[in-house]
Design a protein around this ligand. Structure first.
Ligand code: PMP
Length: 370
């Protein structure tokens, strides 16, 4: 068996120990005589799986007691609609910060359900490479004080722009506006103070587990603002009151997520992950910056620890670079089609050895083509 180094942005690499455990438990989950896929979601076996998964996620993220953890479907793109449907029933105003492709999508979708205002944008439409390379200075954000929420994308998976410091809503005079964050591509990568947010959400297929599951962490007092037309299966209050079992949840994805949470705890939790992730990212960015052959355009203070987009200065070498990478077992390095170039996603489950091997290849390719 040969495992590749998978630098894909998602669905992404999972910890090998998790895959092995899932394989060992595939036909008979702990004496039940069934695969988790075959279990009733309301049976005692699966109820214990989802309860443990929630407890472990709460422990890992230190989720305060006045927050609900919801396991949902529809991915983060689904949540782009589900959030306004749930929050803009009483007050239609929602403000968004535009820092990349994913916040752009969130803005477009939310505009179908409410009065959406872009309070700041770092888009440089004229740029050939790197349309988004910064986070607009917080002092320049024009957030409406009576907005129902302010939405940010914590880590722009495509553009490689991450909030390494969260906006201080109190200092902005926005104490009454809950901050909502899309954490799809960096949840559990480092400690995050849940109490700073009204709502956190993300698709699972990067740092949590298989696609099909979306996680929502929402402050309880925000559960009463849904629009009348909000579908029941996506109505946060209904989902919360039914313990994420109003409809049949994505049981197998939740099971694997639970194994990933256990793995994270065994690694020392999110603080330990942060140390590893910072070391991996530093290694890769340092190699790119030192080269003169490759370039990353993102401002240093917001360079993503998870997704590292880069360009070859001579783009005619792109195909040769990717072919050589593939031959060495480095897969999924091609940048998103909307931005071009390359991208290495280095989520929790990507080992330091994987990044070291990639840096070795970057140097080798530069030597032979530079
Ligand atoms: N937000 C971010 C930050 C993402 O990275 C992604 C997926 N790459 C999405 C939203 C959309 O997720 P999904 O395809 O699961 O709906």
């Amino acid at each position: 068996m040969t495992r590749v180094f998978n630098f894909g942005a998602g669905p992404a690499v999972l910890p090998e120990a998790v895959l092995q455990q899932a394989a060992a438990e595939m036909l008979d989950w702990r004496g039940s005589g069934m695969s988790v896929m075959e279990m009733s979601h309301r049976g005692k076996e699966f109820m214990s799986i989802i309860a443990q998964a929630e407890a472990d996620l709460r422990e890992l993220m230190a989720v305060p007691a006045n927050y609900k953890v919801l396991f949902m479907q529809g991915g983060a793109i689904g949540e782009n609609a589900i959030i306004p449907l749930n929050l803009l029933g009483k007050n239609p105003k929602a403000d968004y910060i535009d820092t990349g492709s994913w916040s752009g999508k969130s803005i477009k979708e939310a505009s179908r359900y409410g009065d959406v205002h872009v309070a700041a944008s770092s888009c440089r439409p004229e740029a050939k490479q790197g349309k988004y390379t910064t986070i607009p200075a917080v002092a320049d954000w024009r957030v409406r004080k009576d907005a129902a929420y302010l939405h940010i994308c914590g880590n722009e998976t495509i553009d490689g722009v991450e909030y390494l410091q969260w906006p201080d809503m109190d200092a902005l005079g926005l104490k009454g506006v809950p901050l909502f964050v899309d954490v799809s591509s960096h949840i559990l990568s480092r400690p995050m103070d849940v109490s700073q947010f009204g709502l956190m959400y993300g698709g699972a297929q990067k740092n949590i587990g298989p696609a099909g599951l979306a996680v929502v962490i929402i402050r309880e007092d925000l559960l009463e603002q849904a629009q009348a037309g909000c579908p029941s299966a996506f109505h946060y209050k209904t989902v919360a009151e039914n313990g994420s079992m109003y409809n049949t949840p994505p049981t197998y994805s939740i099971y694997i997520a639970g194994l990933v949470f256990q793995w994270l705890k065994a690694q020392g939790g999110v603080a330990a992950m942060e140390a590893k992730n910072r070391a991996k990212a530093a290694l890769l960015y340092d190699a790119l910056d030192a080269s003169g052959f490759y370039v990353n355009h993102v401002a240093r203070e917001c360079r993503s620890l998870m997704n590292v987009p880069f360009f070859l200065r001579d783009e005619s070498l792109n195909d040769a670079f990717l072919e050589g990478a593939k031959a060495r077992g480095f897969l999924q390095l091609k940048g998103h089609k909307s931005v071009g170039g390359m991208r290495a996603s280095i989520y929790n489950a990507m080992s330091l050895e994987g990044v070291q091997a990639l840096v070795g290849y970057l140097k080798e390719f530069e030597k032979s083509h530079g």
